[in-house]
Design a binder for this molecule. Sequence first.
Ligand SMILES: C[S@@+](CC[C@H](N)C(=O)[O-])C[C@H]1O[C@@H](n2cnc3c(N)ncnc32)[C@H](O)[C@@H]1O
Length: 331
Amino acid sequence: MDGGYNPEERRRDACTTRGINLDGGRDAGSAEVGAVVSTSASAERVGRGDAYELVQLANGTWSVHARRERETFHPVVGPVAEADALYVRGLRLVERMAAKPGEFVLWDVGLGAAGNVLTVLDATRELPGPLRVVSFDRTLEPLRFALGEQRRLGYLARAAAWVEALLDRGRVEFWNGRQAVVWEVREGDFPTLLAGAAAGSLPAPDAIMYDAYSPATNPEMWTLPLFRRLHGRLEPARPCALTTYSRSTLLRVTWLLADLFVGAGGATGEKEETTIGANCRELIERPLDRRWLGRVRRSTSAEPLTEARYRQARLSAIHWEQLERHPQFVG
Ligand SMILES: C[S@@+](CC[C@H](N)C(=O)[O-])C[C@H]1O[C@@H](n2cnc3c(N)ncnc32)[C@H](O)[C@@H]1O
């Protein structure tokens, strides 16, 4: 298995082939860990809107499912358990926020139904330092849908007033326990926003939760030009880490070629391993090494997407040269 990209990765529901790599390998952590209660024909699905519905997972929790994309937002362990493993613990947010003097800036790429943000707010409410959350999404419909389903979604109940204000005004300030929070949302296409002049006014982040749909469904959110621009928004003197659910070779090569340091991220319940990137080595506990480079050589899905069209290909010679010269592998 080469960690080749699995376009079904993570987000499809139980009626698809989640867990099987197109490269023929079995993706780490998969359907047997837990899944939607049963196939789409009989899984409990409620709150049907045109675009979104709720599905109940094997552990009893509920998650939003996007009908057009055929992807479930947090498909195995549910919103809170996944966000806690992948973002709160994966980005060491409590420790890093507690240690940072002044405002901590968190980018939330793919706001969706706000499961990730609200799990972070729960975990950090006793920290006195101010927090600024900048959420990005092309649509606020999943959040509106989720607000109407707060009884089943649970994590929204405490935050309903904040979410309503965010939906009304695009920005809300509140006290979350001891923590002063500013939460704002930038609605629109994220790649377009990063490529435009408005990107210059974005506050540089200390951490990024990267949660788009899978590349096969959502290729524009996984291209090399996009991650190069994202890297350009980081401040060299401001350590920043980002994580996402994928452990694919394609994603890891893309982040390395965008000048990030990259390592193995922790397990989420769904997967044994995810991916963490950063603009400084110190934030990466388990950096990818030269042995991993050998796997890249053999992978049939390592070439970054250069445009918003999904395809799988071996790494090109030019990108291989750039990868070998990356400071992570030199010296
Ligand atoms: C898997 S959902 C995110 C779930 C969310 N993080 C949560 O905790 O509920 C992916 C989100 O990415 C957003 N998205 C997809 N493509 C986008 C784009 N080009 N620009 C901005 N947002 C995008 C979708 O609208 C969707 O809400």
